[in-house]
Design a protein around this ligand. Structure first.
Ligand code: FES
Length: 107
């Protein structure tokens, strides 16, 4: 089954299979809305808040998203699997924004 994933209030969207991590689907679509790091649930740069929809999450670093944060709707896109259409807000961007500023690449 395939679902539509929309990031940041409709500015970017793509289709994701239920067995595909949202970050992988985003990369396959050519979309670059989320930052990409380890791709294994460890670094936290792909952190998102699920605004709407049903999902399941795979194993991820509790240091990046602990159980309470997961209950509040936070997850890591590289460990996030859709169970319905999803609306997400990119929150890992804050980390990369600091790095981007240091590199002079902040928009
Ligand atoms: S890319 Fe590192 S936690 Fe998702």
């Amino acid at each position: 089954m395939r679902f539509r994933v929309t990031i940041d209030e409709g500015s970017h969207s793509f289709v994701c299979d239920q067995d595909q991590a949202v970050l992988s689907a985003m990369l396959a679509s050519g979309c670059q809305s989320l930052k990409v790091g380890c791709r294994s649930g460890g670094c936290g740069v792909c952190r998102v808040q699920i605004v709407e929809g049903e999902w399941e999450a795979g194993t991820m670093s509790q240091a990046q998203v602990d159980a309470e944060a997961q209950r509040q709707g936070y997850s890591l896109a590289c460990r996030l699997y859709p169970r319905s259409d999803l609306r997400l807000r990119a929150v890992g961007r804050l980390v990369s924004a600091v790095a981007g500023k240091r590199d002079g690449a902040l928009r």
